[in-house]
Design a protein around this ligand. Structure first.
Ligand code: SF4
Length: 699
């Protein structure tokens, strides 16, 4: 994987995988990336994980799309036609022909059935400029807001709770602030695998004496560094968190002065918590009451505490309630807006923060500005030169696919997302994709979703394009093109511009810096951040208070961006998971990522080193469960839920409790989402990926 002296060019960019946003130096020889080193970015200070260091050669993989493709007439829409030759249902086309087919297909549906008959899935893997252009295309070109992306599947519930109670969907403090904390809770997250460089800061914090409290139904590698490992029963987060807060109230450990100055609705919260005594909740949560009391005291009595959470919190039908509890816990202990304190949902994709900020969501325009507000829409109409577009909130990811089944959505433009692998109950999603009258997919590989496309547009990989991305810390960073896209592949922004022009829009952008300049007109969060500044400094955290300010690591010290300037307590009740285990499906299935693979595997399974380490679909079971099933490590097992079944290798893992199975979702040959439950959280509309009733059997 590269000789460290043998390169003829070097380009600085940002890792394309997780939301940590590590800055990298790409070493190239003859136009190809030979190896990658970490550089001194604000989030990584030279560090990289195995994905950042070794997961780069997918960009040179022979499966890369190099020419536009058009589906052959009468070719059936189905998955993995012939894995050895996935192109059998397509023919190569010129760009002119493919763009005409895409524009005629989608534009024709708009003209026949109205704009809302076409929907768009943008990508958290693309740049801020590309996300912005994508949502603008749907809003300006089709006149409505049916545009969403994978934030719906990861932290939509966290954002809903943060918007409601804090007034902003982003983190209140960078994860690096943990160096100033005395105590930190990490709940529903597995940073050693999913945010590995952030995890190094957490471990350093524990090493210097900080109290690390890990809460998760699954044991994690971080537990070795923890003061407390609270392994609670899946789906009982609200009971546990309310019990912790109940102790804080009972023992008078809350910060009355902070509550009086900065919050509202405290009395309602306080009264509500009285019903959650640890002695009552302990059995529900599967842990002892004393542990709840100790954790409550340790967190509330510290000078400064941070709370980090991941998708173990958000991917439930009560995901918004889970986040409401975490927000309340931080507020009642005065742990927002000061050094070493804050709320930090660890964002998943490299640019899910930026794509959300850029308005790639159906209810908000850029900077989370309400799409139903006439004045706000008026401002964007002025910037965009549009008369107006719909004042109705659009449909979310899963609602859009339901809309296809209902015959309301007839066409889709999918940029860099893979719903044929990533959506819950993926058979339903695949059937929806097959039903579309026109599906345009823009990607770097012929993904599972592209198998269903009518037109496939070949795009540049992240290391082949210029543009900004925003990480979990609110750091806007400059990504730079190091390599040339293969064949005729083009940068995503350029493809979206060409398609917009074919659809009759008067778009004249010739460089992403022009898009960034336009974004600034509608996004106050980008004040004092310019393209040139990012070229020079590589990263600026928003908000930045002056052209010299590197940005604010901690926000909301004085007031919150809500009417009246106060944050709010929203009490949460215990809601059981949607699908309880029963005699037919007696175990609990939870899904997630593993260290070496990224999401649906399209990039990492084509990265030589990563694929060599983790080549096969697997699931993790407790040793006692393996014994009970009569299964050896490495044997195949069958997993069945009410939605379908898959077979995959069994792995032994003591971190998983005996009634659970953990399944990574990167493997198409045993796609975890064939099994997952599509039930939604009512606020964030996020599916319950973290809990499904399952039957596990030996083959
Ligand atoms: Fe890339 Fe995330 Fe690993 Fe950093 S921690 S190298 S951003 S995958």
């Amino acid at each position: 994987q590269g000789d460290s002296t043998d390169y003829d060019n070097e380009v600085q960019s940002v890792c394309p995988f997780c939301g940590v946003g590590c800055q990298v130096s790409l070493k190239l020889k003859d136009g190809k990336v030979k190896y990658v080193e970490g550089i001194n970015g604000p989030a990584n200070e030279g560090r990289l994980c195995v994905k950042g260091r070794f997961g780069y050669d997918y960009i040179h993989h022979p499966h890369r799309l190099t020419k536009p493709l058009i589906r052959l007439e009468n070719a059936p829409k189905e998955m993995a036609v012939d894995p050895a030759n996935p192109f059998t249902h397509f023919r190569e086309a010129t760009w002119e022909e493919a763009l005409d087919a895409a524009a005629n297909g989608l534009g024709g549906l708009r003209d026949s059935y109205g704009g809302p008959s076409v929907a768009g899935f943008g990508s958290a893997k693309c740049t801020n400029e590309e996300a912005y252009l994508f949502q603008k295309l749907i809003r300006q070109g089709f006149g409505h807001n049916n545009v969403d992306h994978c934030t719906r599947l990861c932290h939509a519930s966290s954002v809903a709770a943060l918007m409601e109670n804090v007034g902003s969907g982003a983190v209140t403090a960078t994860f690096n602030e943990i160096e100033n904390a005395d105590v930190a809770i990490v709940i529903g997250a597995n940073p050693s695998e999913n945010h590995p460089v952030a995890a190094t800061y957490f471990k350093q914090f524990a090493k210097r004496g900080g109290k690390l409290i890990i809460m998760d139904p699954r044991g994690t590698a971080m537990k070795r560094h923890a003061e407390h490992m609270v392994q609670f029963r899946p789906g009982t987060d609200v009971a546990l968190l309310n019990a912790i807060m109940c102790v804080i109230v009972e023992e008078g450990l809350y910060d009355q002065s902070y509550i009086d100055q900065h919050t509202e609705n405290w009395e309602a919260e306080k009264q509500h918590l009285a019903g959650f005594a640890p002695e009552k909740m302990a059995e529900i949560c599967g842990i002892d009451a004393q542990t709840i009391r100790t954790v409550a005291r340790d967190f509330a009595s510290a000078e400064a505490g941070m709370i980090f959470w991941g998708m173990g919190v958000s991917q439930h039908i009560h995901g918004t309630d889970n986040s409401r509890c975490l927000i309340s816990l931080a507020l009642m202990t005065g742990n927002v807006g000061k050094p070493g304190a804050g709320l930090h949902p660890l964002r998943g994709q490299n640019n899910v923060q930026g794509a959300s900020d850029a308005g790639l969501i159906p209810m908000f325009l850029p900077d989370y500005q309400d799409v139903t507000d006439d004045k706000i829409r008026g401002h964007f109409n002025k910037i965009w030169g549009t008369d107006d577009f719909s004042n109705q909130k659009g449909l979310t990811v899963t609602e859009i696919l339901d809309g296809v089944h209902a015959g309301e959505i007839k066409g889709m433009y999918v940029l860099g997302e893979n719903p044929a692998m990533s959506d819950p109950d993926v058979t339903h999603a695949r059937e929806a994709l097959a039903k579309l009258e026109c599906l345009v997919v823009q990607d770097i590989f012929l993904t599972e979703t592209a198998n269903y496309a009518d037109v496939v547009l070949p795009a540049a990989a992240f290391y082949e394009k210029n543009g900004t991305v925003t990480n979990t810390n609110r750091q806007v960073q400059m990504g730079r093109a190091a390599a040339t896209p293969p064949g005729e592949a083009r940068e995503d922004w350029a493809i979206t511009v060409a398609l917009a022009q074919k659809l009759g829009l008067d778009w004249t952008y010739t460089h992403p810096s022009q898009v960034f300049a336009e974004m600034k007109e509608g996004m106050p969060s980008l004040d004092n951040i310019t393209w040139d500044r990012l070229e020079g400094e590589n990263a600026v955290t928003y908000p930045s208070l002056s052209p010299e300010d590197p940005g604010q690591a901690i926000v909301f010290g004085d007031e919150f961006p809500r009417a009246g300037g106060r944050a709010k307590f929203t009490p949460a009740d215990v809601i059981p998971p949607d699908e309880a285990p029963d005699a037919d499906y007696p175990m609990i299935m939870t899904t997630g990522r593993q260290l070496e693979h990224w999401h649906t595997g399209s990039m990492t399974r084509r990265s030589t080193v990563l694929d060599a380490i983790e080549p096969e679909a697997n699931c993790s079971l407790h040793p006692s469960t393996l014994r009970k099933l009569g299964v050896q490590v490495g044997d195949k097992v069958k997993l069945e839920t009410r939605r379908g079944s898959i077979t995959l290798l069994a792995r032994e893992d003591r971190a998983v409790s005996p009634d659970m199975v953990f399944v990574p979702f990167a493997y198409v040959e045993a796609a975890a989402n064939v099994l997952t439950n599509p039930a939604l959280d009512p606020y964030g509309k996020i599916p319950e990926f973290k809990f499904a009733a399952v039957k596990v059997s030996a083959l």
